[in-house]
Ligand binder design. Structure first.
Ligand SMILES: Cc1cc2nc3c(=O)[nH]c(=O)nc-3n(C[C@H](O)[C@H](O)[C@H](O)COP(=O)(O)OP(=O)(O)OC[C@H]3O[C@@H](n4cnc5c(N)ncnc54)[C@H](O)[C@@H]3O)c2cc1C
Length: 378
Protein backbone atom coordinates (compact mmCIF):
# COMPACT_ATOMS: atom_id res chain seq x y z
CA UNK A 1 0.00 0.00 0.00
CA UNK A 2 1.22 3.49 -0.86
CA UNK A 3 0.19 6.47 1.24
CA UNK A 4 -0.37 9.97 -0.12
CA UNK A 5 -1.90 13.18 1.16
CA UNK A 6 -4.10 13.18 -1.93
CA UNK A 7 -4.96 10.73 -4.71
CA UNK A 8 -6.49 12.33 -7.80
CA UNK A 9 -8.50 9.97 -10.01
CA UNK A 10 -8.47 11.07 -13.65
CA UNK A 11 -5.61 12.70 -15.56
CA UNK A 12 -7.57 15.02 -17.82
CA UNK A 13 -6.89 18.75 -17.83
CA UNK A 14 -8.75 19.17 -14.53
CA UNK A 15 -6.98 16.40 -12.58
CA UNK A 16 -3.61 17.34 -14.03
CA UNK A 17 -4.06 21.04 -13.18
CA UNK A 18 -4.97 20.05 -9.62
CA UNK A 19 -1.89 17.82 -9.33
CA UNK A 20 0.20 20.78 -10.46
CA UNK A 21 -1.29 23.17 -7.90
CA UNK A 22 -1.22 20.72 -4.96
CA UNK A 23 2.32 19.53 -5.63
CA UNK A 24 3.47 23.16 -5.78
CA UNK A 25 1.92 23.53 -2.31
CA UNK A 26 4.03 20.64 -0.99
CA UNK A 27 1.15 18.13 -0.89
CA UNK A 28 2.12 14.53 -1.72
CA UNK A 29 0.02 13.52 -4.70
CA UNK A 30 -0.71 10.50 -6.88
CA UNK A 31 -2.42 11.17 -10.21
CA UNK A 32 -4.09 7.99 -11.44
CA UNK A 33 -5.22 7.78 -15.07
CA UNK A 34 -6.88 4.85 -16.83
CA UNK A 35 -5.29 5.64 -20.21
CA UNK A 36 -2.74 8.40 -20.84
CA UNK A 37 -2.73 11.98 -19.57
CA UNK A 38 -5.28 14.10 -21.44
CA UNK A 39 -6.68 11.14 -23.41
CA UNK A 40 -10.32 11.70 -22.37
CA UNK A 41 -12.54 14.63 -23.32
CA UNK A 42 -9.47 16.86 -22.99
CA UNK A 43 -8.05 15.37 -26.19
CA UNK A 44 -11.31 16.18 -28.01
CA UNK A 45 -11.77 19.77 -26.87
CA UNK A 46 -11.25 22.91 -28.89
CA UNK A 47 -8.89 24.67 -26.51
CA UNK A 48 -10.69 28.00 -26.35
CA UNK A 49 -9.88 29.86 -23.11
CA UNK A 50 -12.97 31.98 -22.92
CA UNK A 51 -14.61 34.31 -20.41
CA UNK A 52 -18.34 33.47 -20.61
CA UNK A 53 -21.05 35.60 -19.00
CA UNK A 54 -24.11 33.38 -19.09
CA UNK A 55 -24.48 33.91 -15.33
CA UNK A 56 -22.44 35.53 -12.55
CA UNK A 57 -20.90 32.26 -11.32
CA UNK A 58 -19.83 31.26 -14.82
CA UNK A 59 -18.29 34.68 -15.45
CA UNK A 60 -16.46 34.65 -12.10
CA UNK A 61 -14.90 31.22 -12.70
CA UNK A 62 -14.13 31.66 -16.41
CA UNK A 63 -12.65 35.16 -16.15
CA UNK A 64 -10.49 34.23 -13.16
CA UNK A 65 -9.38 31.05 -14.94
CA UNK A 66 -8.46 32.91 -18.13
CA UNK A 67 -6.35 35.31 -16.04
CA UNK A 68 -4.64 32.34 -14.33
CA UNK A 69 -3.83 30.87 -17.76
CA UNK A 70 -2.36 34.21 -18.77
CA UNK A 71 -0.07 34.12 -15.70
CA UNK A 72 1.05 30.60 -16.68
CA UNK A 73 1.49 31.34 -20.38
CA UNK A 74 5.18 32.30 -20.35
CA UNK A 75 6.08 29.02 -18.61
CA UNK A 76 4.20 26.79 -21.08
CA UNK A 77 6.21 24.92 -23.73
CA UNK A 78 5.71 26.15 -27.31
CA UNK A 79 4.07 22.85 -28.17
CA UNK A 80 1.09 23.87 -26.00
CA UNK A 81 0.43 26.51 -28.69
CA UNK A 82 -0.92 29.12 -26.28
CA UNK A 83 -2.05 32.02 -28.46
CA UNK A 84 -3.64 35.11 -26.90
CA UNK A 85 -5.74 35.79 -30.00
CA UNK A 86 -8.87 37.07 -28.22
CA UNK A 87 -12.45 36.18 -29.14
CA UNK A 88 -14.86 37.84 -31.54
CA UNK A 89 -18.52 37.17 -30.76
CA UNK A 90 -20.22 37.80 -34.10
CA UNK A 91 -23.56 39.56 -34.38
CA UNK A 92 -25.54 38.54 -37.47
CA UNK A 93 -28.46 40.95 -36.95
CA UNK A 94 -29.58 43.95 -34.90
CA UNK A 95 -31.03 41.77 -32.15
CA UNK A 96 -27.67 40.11 -31.63
CA UNK A 97 -25.93 43.49 -31.78
CA UNK A 98 -28.20 44.67 -28.95
CA UNK A 99 -26.98 41.65 -26.95
CA UNK A 100 -23.42 42.84 -27.54
CA UNK A 101 -24.08 46.08 -25.66
CA UNK A 102 -25.41 44.18 -22.66
CA UNK A 103 -22.52 41.74 -22.72
CA UNK A 104 -19.84 44.42 -22.94
CA UNK A 105 -21.17 46.01 -19.75
CA UNK A 106 -21.22 42.62 -18.01
CA UNK A 107 -17.65 41.86 -18.94
CA UNK A 108 -16.33 45.26 -17.99
CA UNK A 109 -18.06 45.08 -14.61
CA UNK A 110 -16.13 41.87 -14.00
CA UNK A 111 -12.84 43.50 -15.00
CA UNK A 112 -12.66 41.69 -18.36
CA UNK A 113 -11.39 43.80 -21.28
CA UNK A 114 -14.08 43.94 -23.98
CA UNK A 115 -14.94 46.29 -26.85
CA UNK A 116 -17.64 46.70 -29.47
CA UNK A 117 -16.76 46.54 -33.18
CA UNK A 118 -19.16 47.90 -35.76
CA UNK A 119 -19.52 46.26 -39.15
CA UNK A 120 -16.62 48.18 -40.73
CA UNK A 121 -14.26 47.53 -37.81
CA UNK A 122 -15.19 43.85 -37.83
CA UNK A 123 -14.37 43.46 -41.50
CA UNK A 124 -11.11 45.29 -41.05
CA UNK A 125 -10.25 42.92 -38.19
CA UNK A 126 -11.32 39.76 -40.06
CA UNK A 127 -11.51 40.30 -43.85
CA UNK A 128 -12.23 36.60 -44.44
CA UNK A 129 -15.68 36.87 -42.82
CA UNK A 130 -18.78 37.01 -45.01
CA UNK A 131 -20.09 40.52 -45.67
CA UNK A 132 -23.31 41.53 -43.97
CA UNK A 133 -22.42 40.86 -40.34
CA UNK A 134 -23.62 43.70 -38.14
CA UNK A 135 -20.71 43.82 -35.71
CA UNK A 136 -19.00 41.97 -32.89
CA UNK A 137 -17.93 41.92 -29.31
CA UNK A 138 -14.18 41.55 -28.90
CA UNK A 139 -12.98 39.94 -25.67
CA UNK A 140 -9.33 40.88 -25.68
CA UNK A 141 -7.64 38.48 -23.27
CA UNK A 142 -9.23 35.20 -24.36
CA UNK A 143 -6.79 32.70 -25.87
CA UNK A 144 -6.49 29.26 -27.45
CA UNK A 145 -4.17 26.34 -26.77
CA UNK A 146 -3.71 22.64 -27.50
CA UNK A 147 -5.44 20.93 -24.55
CA UNK A 148 -3.81 17.47 -24.28
CA UNK A 149 -0.32 18.94 -24.19
CA UNK A 150 -1.40 21.49 -21.61
CA UNK A 151 -2.64 18.62 -19.42
CA UNK A 152 0.62 16.72 -19.96
CA UNK A 153 2.63 19.82 -19.02
CA UNK A 154 0.74 20.11 -15.71
CA UNK A 155 1.21 16.39 -14.96
CA UNK A 156 4.93 16.46 -15.74
CA UNK A 157 5.43 19.54 -13.57
CA UNK A 158 3.72 17.73 -10.70
CA UNK A 159 5.88 14.66 -11.31
CA UNK A 160 9.04 16.78 -11.24
CA UNK A 161 8.00 17.91 -7.75
CA UNK A 162 7.64 14.30 -6.58
CA UNK A 163 4.03 13.45 -7.50
CA UNK A 164 3.46 9.85 -8.59
CA UNK A 165 2.06 9.66 -12.11
CA UNK A 166 0.20 6.42 -12.76
CA UNK A 167 -1.03 5.99 -16.34
CA UNK A 168 -2.71 2.91 -17.78
CA UNK A 169 -4.22 2.36 -14.31
CA UNK A 170 -8.03 2.28 -14.27
CA UNK A 171 -9.41 2.83 -10.78
CA UNK A 172 -11.90 0.15 -9.77
CA UNK A 173 -13.25 1.48 -6.52
CA UNK A 174 -13.18 4.51 -4.24
CA UNK A 175 -13.29 3.87 -0.49
CA UNK A 176 -12.99 6.06 2.55
CA UNK A 177 -9.23 6.57 2.80
CA UNK A 178 -8.22 4.49 -0.22
CA UNK A 179 -8.43 3.96 -3.96
CA UNK A 180 -8.35 0.50 -5.51
CA UNK A 181 -6.69 0.13 -8.92
CA UNK A 182 -7.96 -2.57 -11.28
CA UNK A 183 -4.73 -4.55 -10.79
CA UNK A 184 -5.57 -4.79 -7.08
CA UNK A 185 -3.07 -2.15 -5.90
CA UNK A 186 -4.44 -0.02 -3.07
CA UNK A 187 -3.41 3.60 -2.63
CA UNK A 188 -4.23 5.08 0.75
CA UNK A 189 -4.81 8.81 1.07
CA UNK A 190 -6.19 11.40 3.44
CA UNK A 191 -8.02 13.05 0.55
CA UNK A 192 -9.40 11.50 -2.63
CA UNK A 193 -10.40 13.70 -5.57
CA UNK A 194 -12.61 12.39 -8.35
CA UNK A 195 -11.72 14.15 -11.61
CA UNK A 196 -12.81 11.47 -14.08
CA UNK A 197 -14.89 13.77 -16.29
CA UNK A 198 -17.82 12.09 -17.97
CA UNK A 199 -16.87 8.74 -16.33
CA UNK A 200 -17.17 10.14 -12.80
CA UNK A 201 -20.65 8.66 -12.10
CA UNK A 202 -19.24 5.17 -12.77
CA UNK A 203 -17.05 5.52 -9.68
CA UNK A 204 -19.55 7.57 -7.68
CA UNK A 205 -23.11 6.64 -8.69
CA UNK A 206 -25.68 9.40 -8.39
CA UNK A 207 -23.53 12.27 -9.62
CA UNK A 208 -25.60 14.55 -11.88
CA UNK A 209 -23.26 14.35 -14.89
CA UNK A 210 -24.38 13.29 -18.35
CA UNK A 211 -22.60 13.28 -21.73
CA UNK A 212 -23.15 16.05 -24.24
CA UNK A 213 -21.56 14.96 -27.49
CA UNK A 214 -19.77 17.39 -29.78
CA UNK A 215 -18.20 17.21 -33.27
CA UNK A 216 -15.07 19.05 -34.40
CA UNK A 217 -13.25 19.23 -37.71
CA UNK A 218 -9.72 20.36 -38.51
CA UNK A 219 -8.92 21.59 -42.01
CA UNK A 220 -5.75 21.11 -44.00
CA UNK A 221 -3.34 24.04 -44.16
CA UNK A 222 -4.34 26.87 -46.48
CA UNK A 223 -7.55 27.75 -44.64
CA UNK A 224 -8.81 31.34 -44.75
CA UNK A 225 -6.64 33.39 -42.43
CA UNK A 226 -8.45 34.41 -39.26
CA UNK A 227 -6.89 36.25 -36.35
CA UNK A 228 -9.31 35.64 -33.48
CA UNK A 229 -11.32 32.75 -32.15
CA UNK A 230 -14.63 33.41 -33.95
CA UNK A 231 -17.96 32.47 -32.39
CA UNK A 232 -21.45 33.38 -33.53
CA UNK A 233 -23.56 34.96 -30.82
CA UNK A 234 -26.20 32.37 -31.67
CA UNK A 235 -23.74 29.89 -30.07
CA UNK A 236 -25.07 30.87 -26.68
CA UNK A 237 -28.57 29.62 -27.59
CA UNK A 238 -27.05 26.37 -28.88
CA UNK A 239 -24.70 25.88 -25.93
CA UNK A 240 -27.36 26.20 -23.28
CA UNK A 241 -30.26 24.44 -24.91
CA UNK A 242 -30.98 21.07 -23.36
CA UNK A 243 -33.14 19.40 -25.98
CA UNK A 244 -32.21 18.16 -29.39
CA UNK A 245 -29.05 18.42 -31.43
CA UNK A 246 -27.78 21.89 -32.29
CA UNK A 247 -24.92 23.44 -34.20
CA UNK A 248 -23.25 26.84 -34.06
CA UNK A 249 -20.38 28.47 -35.91
CA UNK A 250 -17.11 28.42 -34.05
CA UNK A 251 -13.71 28.72 -35.76
CA UNK A 252 -10.31 28.66 -34.15
CA UNK A 253 -7.07 29.70 -35.87
CA UNK A 254 -4.19 27.29 -35.24
CA UNK A 255 -0.55 28.32 -35.44
CA UNK A 256 -0.12 25.65 -38.13
CA UNK A 257 -2.27 27.57 -40.64
CA UNK A 258 -5.19 25.20 -40.13
CA UNK A 259 -8.65 26.01 -38.82
CA UNK A 260 -10.43 24.07 -36.13
CA UNK A 261 -14.17 24.18 -36.76
CA UNK A 262 -17.00 23.48 -34.37
CA UNK A 263 -19.29 22.82 -32.96
CA UNK A 264 -22.30 20.66 -32.28
CA UNK A 265 -24.16 19.64 -29.15
CA UNK A 266 -26.14 16.44 -28.64
CA UNK A 267 -27.37 16.25 -25.06
CA UNK A 268 -27.45 12.76 -23.54
CA UNK A 269 -25.65 11.13 -26.48
CA UNK A 270 -22.80 8.92 -25.24
CA UNK A 271 -21.92 7.41 -28.64
CA UNK A 272 -18.70 8.40 -30.39
CA UNK A 273 -19.69 7.88 -34.06
CA UNK A 274 -19.55 10.84 -36.42
CA UNK A 275 -23.07 11.85 -37.46
CA UNK A 276 -22.68 12.82 -41.15
CA UNK A 277 -25.93 14.80 -41.32
CA UNK A 278 -25.06 16.84 -38.24
CA UNK A 279 -21.54 17.42 -39.54
CA UNK A 280 -22.97 18.70 -42.80
CA UNK A 281 -25.22 21.12 -40.90
CA UNK A 282 -22.19 22.31 -38.94
CA UNK A 283 -20.12 22.88 -42.07
CA UNK A 284 -22.90 24.68 -43.94
CA UNK A 285 -23.19 27.03 -41.00
CA UNK A 286 -19.42 27.58 -40.98
CA UNK A 287 -19.42 28.35 -44.72
CA UNK A 288 -22.11 31.02 -44.16
CA UNK A 289 -19.66 32.90 -41.94
CA UNK A 290 -16.42 31.99 -43.77
CA UNK A 291 -17.16 31.63 -47.50
CA UNK A 292 -13.49 30.79 -48.20
CA UNK A 293 -14.00 27.37 -46.64
CA UNK A 294 -15.69 26.11 -49.79
CA UNK A 295 -13.51 23.51 -51.46
CA UNK A 296 -11.10 23.25 -48.53
CA UNK A 297 -10.26 19.70 -47.42
CA UNK A 298 -10.81 18.35 -43.93
CA UNK A 299 -7.87 16.57 -42.34
CA UNK A 300 -9.78 14.91 -39.51
CA UNK A 301 -13.20 14.86 -37.90
CA UNK A 302 -13.86 13.60 -34.38
CA UNK A 303 -16.32 13.68 -31.53
CA UNK A 304 -16.02 14.10 -27.78
CA UNK A 305 -18.29 13.85 -24.75
CA UNK A 306 -18.67 16.94 -22.61
CA UNK A 307 -19.40 16.12 -18.95
CA UNK A 308 -22.59 18.18 -18.41
CA UNK A 309 -24.35 19.06 -15.16
CA UNK A 310 -27.97 20.31 -15.04
CA UNK A 311 -26.94 23.94 -14.39
CA UNK A 312 -23.81 24.01 -16.56
CA UNK A 313 -21.47 24.65 -13.62
CA UNK A 314 -18.89 22.12 -12.45
CA UNK A 315 -18.94 20.18 -9.18
CA UNK A 316 -16.01 21.50 -7.11
CA UNK A 317 -15.82 20.57 -3.46
CA UNK A 318 -16.60 17.84 -0.95
CA UNK A 319 -19.25 15.21 -1.60
CA UNK A 320 -21.89 16.05 1.03
CA UNK A 321 -22.48 12.41 1.98
CA UNK A 322 -18.87 11.22 1.70
CA UNK A 323 -16.65 13.78 3.42
CA UNK A 324 -13.50 11.89 2.38
CA UNK A 325 -14.36 12.34 -1.31
CA UNK A 326 -13.78 15.58 -3.23
CA UNK A 327 -15.29 16.26 -6.62
CA UNK A 328 -13.63 18.13 -9.51
CA UNK A 329 -15.82 17.14 -12.44
CA UNK A 330 -18.77 18.16 -14.62
CA UNK A 331 -17.11 20.99 -16.59
CA UNK A 332 -19.24 20.56 -19.75
CA UNK A 333 -17.89 22.76 -22.57
CA UNK A 334 -15.62 24.93 -20.41
CA UNK A 335 -13.25 22.51 -18.72
CA UNK A 336 -10.14 23.57 -20.62
CA UNK A 337 -10.81 27.19 -19.69
CA UNK A 338 -11.77 26.55 -16.08
CA UNK A 339 -9.18 23.87 -15.23
CA UNK A 340 -6.88 26.51 -13.72
CA UNK A 341 -9.55 28.12 -11.52
CA UNK A 342 -11.12 24.75 -10.62
CA UNK A 343 -7.76 23.42 -9.47
CA UNK A 344 -7.20 26.46 -7.29
CA UNK A 345 -10.71 26.32 -5.80
CA UNK A 346 -10.42 22.63 -4.89
CA UNK A 347 -6.85 23.02 -3.56
CA UNK A 348 -7.90 26.04 -1.46
CA UNK A 349 -10.80 24.08 0.06
CA UNK A 350 -8.59 21.04 0.76
CA UNK A 351 -5.96 23.20 2.44
CA UNK A 352 -8.44 25.42 4.29
CA UNK A 353 -7.52 28.61 2.41
CA UNK A 354 -9.73 31.42 1.19
CA UNK A 355 -10.08 31.69 -2.60
CA UNK A 356 -10.27 34.90 -4.62
CA UNK A 357 -13.77 33.88 -5.81
CA UNK A 358 -16.71 32.42 -3.89
CA UNK A 359 -16.68 28.61 -4.18
CA UNK A 360 -20.32 28.11 -3.15
CA UNK A 361 -21.97 28.23 -6.61
CA UNK A 362 -19.92 25.16 -7.61
CA UNK A 363 -20.52 23.19 -4.40
CA UNK A 364 -21.68 19.59 -5.10
CA UNK A 365 -24.17 20.04 -2.24
CA UNK A 366 -26.40 22.09 -4.56
CA UNK A 367 -27.47 18.81 -6.18
CA UNK A 368 -26.46 16.01 -3.86
CA UNK A 369 -27.89 17.42 -0.62
CA UNK A 370 -31.32 17.69 -2.27
CA UNK A 371 -31.26 14.14 -3.57
CA UNK A 372 -30.26 12.78 -0.14
CA UNK A 373 -33.15 14.68 1.52
CA UNK A 374 -35.52 13.21 -1.03
CA UNK A 375 -34.24 9.73 -0.23
CA UNK A 376 -34.71 10.39 3.49
CA UNK A 377 -38.37 11.37 2.97
CA UNK A 378 -39.18 8.67 0.41
C1 LIG B 1 -16.19 19.06 -29.05
C2 LIG B 1 -15.72 19.69 -27.77
C3 LIG B 1 -15.21 20.99 -27.78
C4 LIG B 1 -14.78 21.57 -26.59
N1 LIG B 1 -14.21 22.80 -26.64
C5 LIG B 1 -13.80 23.39 -25.48
C6 LIG B 1 -13.20 24.67 -25.50
O1 LIG B 1 -12.97 25.24 -26.56
N2 LIG B 1 -12.87 25.26 -24.31
C7 LIG B 1 -13.09 24.64 -23.12
O2 LIG B 1 -12.83 25.25 -22.09
N3 LIG B 1 -13.62 23.39 -23.07
C8 LIG B 1 -13.98 22.76 -24.21
N4 LIG B 1 -14.53 21.53 -24.18
C9 LIG B 1 -14.79 20.91 -22.88
C10 LIG B 1 -13.55 20.29 -22.29
O3 LIG B 1 -12.88 19.50 -23.26
C11 LIG B 1 -13.93 19.44 -21.06
O4 LIG B 1 -14.73 20.19 -20.17
C12 LIG B 1 -12.67 19.02 -20.31
O5 LIG B 1 -11.78 18.35 -21.18
C13 LIG B 1 -13.02 18.09 -19.15
O6 LIG B 1 -11.80 17.73 -18.55
P1 LIG B 1 -11.76 16.65 -17.41
O7 LIG B 1 -10.35 16.58 -16.93
O8 LIG B 1 -12.84 16.91 -16.41
O9 LIG B 1 -12.21 15.30 -18.14
P2 LIG B 1 -11.38 14.33 -19.10
O10 LIG B 1 -10.47 15.04 -20.00
O11 LIG B 1 -12.37 13.40 -19.71
O12 LIG B 1 -10.47 13.56 -18.07
C14 LIG B 1 -10.96 12.55 -17.23
C15 LIG B 1 -9.93 11.45 -17.22
O13 LIG B 1 -10.36 10.46 -16.31
C16 LIG B 1 -9.93 9.23 -16.81
N5 LIG B 1 -10.71 8.18 -16.17
C17 LIG B 1 -12.00 7.85 -16.38
N6 LIG B 1 -12.36 6.81 -15.62
C18 LIG B 1 -11.26 6.49 -14.90
C19 LIG B 1 -10.98 5.48 -13.94
N7 LIG B 1 -11.91 4.58 -13.56
N8 LIG B 1 -9.74 5.41 -13.41
C20 LIG B 1 -8.77 6.29 -13.78
N9 LIG B 1 -8.98 7.26 -14.69
C21 LIG B 1 -10.20 7.35 -15.23
C22 LIG B 1 -10.16 9.33 -18.31
O14 LIG B 1 -9.37 8.40 -19.02
C23 LIG B 1 -9.80 10.76 -18.58
O15 LIG B 1 -8.47 10.92 -19.04
C24 LIG B 1 -14.92 20.87 -25.36
C25 LIG B 1 -15.40 19.58 -25.36
C26 LIG B 1 -15.80 18.98 -26.55
C27 LIG B 1 -16.30 17.56 -26.53
Amino acid sequence: MSAFDCVIVGGGIVGAALADVLSADGVSVALVEARSIGAGTTACGMGHLVAMDDNAAELALTSWSVSLWRELADGLPRAVEYDACGTLWLAADDEEMAAVSAKVANYRAAGVRAEVLDSAALHEAEPALAPGLVGALRVVDDAVLYPPLAARTFALRAQARGARLMTGCPVRELRSGSVVISNGEVLTARHIVLAAGVASPTLCPGLPISPRKGHLLITRRGAPVVHHQLVELGYLKSAHGTDGASVAFNAQPRVTGQLLLGSSRQPGDATREVDAALLERMLKRAAMFLPGLDGLQALRVWTGLRPATPDGLPLLGPHPEKPWLWLACGHEGLGITTATGSARLVADQLLGRTSPIDARPYSPARFLAVSSREVAHA
